[in-house]
Design a protein around this ligand. Sequence first.
Ligand code: PLP
Length: 392
Amino acid sequence: MEKKIFLDSAATTYLNAEVLQEMLPTFDTVYGNPSSLHNFGRQASNLVDNARDQIAKAINAFSSELYFTSSGTEANNWAIKGLANANKDKGNHIITSQIEHSSVMESCRYLEGQGFKVTYLPVDKYGVVSLAKLMHHLNKDTILVSIMTANNEVGTIQHINAIAKTAKRHGALFHTDAVQAAGSIKLNVHELDVDALTLSAHKIYGPKGVGALYLKKGVAIENMFHGGYQESAKRAGTTNVPGIVGFGRAMQIALRDMKANNEKIKAVKDYFIKKVKSNIDGVHFNGHPMQKVPHIVSVSFDYIEAEAIMMMLDLEGIAVSLGSACTAGSIKQSYVLKAMGVDKDHLNSTLRFSFLKSTTKHQIDYVIEKLTQTVEKLRDLSPLTKKTKRSK
Ligand code: PLP
């Protein structure tokens, strides 16, 4: 029997069956344009309102504070550029971290080209941003701080509430990219005290191509797109009704099942880590051991290239990732691991295993069997293994 095991949930997830059911009528029955005033439009508009309510409720926001986008990438671009440009009369300094998703990083780099100054805060060996370093860099020109809630390569969770409070005490706005945190930890925008927060549907068993930006009432932002009056005229473009409806339901289910899913995924993750440690020598786990989302495990393997492991596992029907999905393909060394001070010998030998809520221990047994064989095979071929063994 052909095996297919997907251990890349940090890149994307499958669509939950309940979500698909919710979306289906929007393709052929309730297909009106929500901006239309007739009955077809009103029906579609009601579905979009309902989804907005579902997501707003899940993060304890008002529905009017939620803006749908085409992705987490768009929401991050909008938050960084839109907040910076709308507040540039107050200052030109932005603070972010060295381990943000590329959509935050590249937006910041773009703004540097437009005359803004950006500080990229370092992290410790676990990928944690230091509050003291943030305080050191905040100054009267700082208008925006953006720190992700959970990292997509190693899973480390930041002290968002403390960071947000510190930023705001200094008069800066605070944005967090919560794409990898949604579904794993409760995101209460009031308790976290954030001004803006990014979400994406396809990481929580919702459809691809839809995200959202939470923007606190009264916070000024430059419009994302100009045109029609969709999304309170801040983000023009015909509404993605199927995506939004799916996103709303996915968020509702993620919240409903969070505790059970976390327990299930944590048990699978712990089992995986135990088996890797007992079956394979020369492995190193990256990221914070506790302060992390349960679905992501980053492992470095001595002496061998992660790319080779990944391709050999792929031949066995096992999908894992070299790093974040967005940098995979270009096969660049991970700036996240570099920022964490990971040994340079391990920068090309690190894999990300990320578990689905449906991943079973039975699947992990198969993965461990194939991973152990693969690592042994590659180490037998590796000149580095031979050299190290000879010098011992
Ligand atoms: N932020 C983080 C932390 C992510 O992991 C991702 C996706 O990999 C994104 C943002 C981008 O989200 P999207 O795929 O919806 O553009």
